[in-house]
Design a protein around this ligand. Sequence first.
Ligand code: MSP
Length: 624
Amino acid sequence: MGRSVYYITTPIYYPSDNLHIGHAYTTVAADALARYHRLKGEAVWFVTGTDEHGMKIKKRAEEAGVSPQAFVDQIVAFIRDPLWKRLGISYDDFIRTTEPRHYRVVQHLFTRLQEQGDIYKGTYEGWYCLPDETFWPESKLVNGNCPDCGRPVERVRQESYFFRLSRYQERMRRYILDHPEFIQPVSRRNEMLGFLEGGLEDLSISRTGLGWGIPVPGDPEHVIYVWFDALANYLTAAGYLSDPERFARTWPANLHLVGKEIVRFHTIIWPIMLMALDLPLPERVFGHGWLLIGETKMSKSRGNAVDPLALIDRYGVDAVRYYLLREVPFGADGSYTEEALILRTNVDLANDLGNLLHRTVAMVQRFADGIVPAPGSGPRPLAEACAEATRAWEAAMDRLNLSDALSAANGLVRVANRFIEDEQPWALARRDRDRLGTVLHDLAETLRVLSVLLTPFLLEAPGRLRAQLGLDAPVSAMGEAAFGTTLVGRTVRPGPPLFPRIDPAAEGAPPAPTSDEAALDIADFRRVDLRVATVRAASVVEGADRLLRLTVFDGERERTIVSGIRAHYRPEELIGRQVVLVANLKPAVLRGIRSEGMLLAGSAGGELALVTVDRPLPDGAKVQ
Ligand code: MSP
């Protein structure tokens, strides 16, 4: 027998409409976790699929004027390709409840539970919520509507088979109390314990007159209730009945990932089905929050659904996956906005990560002939930062806190960008080649480590990042996150920006809101006294490798300015140049020299250039 398998599932979705980014959210999260466990070298069984029976589907097919099977076939085909394909969902099995392998399982379960007295025939009288495919007793309705979604319910009275939930109520409550890990996050666990307090009624698990579903064995007038049918998918996809050996390795599931509105089905009805069958219960059920539009849940029926493919077309798959998993702490509700997606991509990916790569590769190119040097002397803060970020990242992944994991990776990017500012490799290039080797190497190595941490989340960027570092193979194991020296001697290959900045205006999206505090009044700006001045003298400041001492004439007098531009200009090349001076800055003493103002300069990616005027102007001319 092989080793045991990490079995992770998403809900199986109703193919009643095209899916939206709410469905993509769960599926991308499960995909990232599946990829993470594969990286750790575990055998993974990652399953998603479609829940194709039920009244809702039947009605939608009637509206479309096609048979239910033809209706779902076409939507399911679309979900598999292009939807999940373009989102990079790496499922191992896609289960459809209309498949023969699943019919067999569901009918088998039904018969067995019936034989042992857990299923009996009676009459159901109560209410049904069509969009949720849920039965409700009168006592649970809220203002006559579905207590879950608030939509109207319809009266149902018919002969029905019942599943004896009530018999297992106390065992279920004990189980939840004894297994604190079973329902997560803890708020959902408390909700479920509260629900159990109210007592469990036996569940109606068949319908007559529907004609679309799995027939009750021996009583084909009845079809099996869509939730009983759907939950069993987790057994079918693990090989129950069809492949006992695989089933033994795969069951119980390690993680059912679901939206919070279906936690009750997964933590009360489903485990009771399993208890009745004498099968072990899933290790954990995680109920994540909803993507909201404004204050309401995104959903097709509310008409506010966002199409994932349209977003991918606009922003690329990595930006969409990153945004979904980074923006909202996994478990909480969060509002979706396109502006936030753009901002996230621009800040974290284009700016922080993209610049780090660009600067590092450009400096290796420029200062080390394009070859990653061996580390030389001096402290190695990035080695520790990588180890620390990897630890935090793994701990967050294991807690399913995907946004924290991404935030650990982004934190490392920021540390590395700061390291460039602190070490000033362009200055080291002139005076300390040994230290330069350490700095360039450790920056490249940090990027390589980042490519590992980003691999479960992003599909394209890790490979493109590695290509620029001279690596052709994709990340294949978690162990590669160890900080080492594998890059030494590699030739970097500068490439296009990893994430081009998105221009919100060009995308037709409203510009990112600026807070009133951040926005500058014109009067505030005018308080800055900017003037044209000419450099009359320049010299190095002894003992300070970044500083030049300048004498500039501002039209009225000469001033001394100490400026951190030594790595970019030789003193003699500045003499006679016109520059822009901030004339009303409070004087500061730098290295014992009183500096009376500041020169404006632009900087990016380790480059720096002084701001100057387009044609000569009298010294003292105002800049505005
Ligand atoms: N078919 C049932 C599930 C059966 S599982 C045995 C079902 N299907 S569904 O198509 O309605 O999908 C619901 C799931 O989609 C949610 O539990 C969640 O995983 C995901 N989401 C749908 N809309 C969502 C949001 N607006 N926000 C977050 N997740 C959302 O229920």
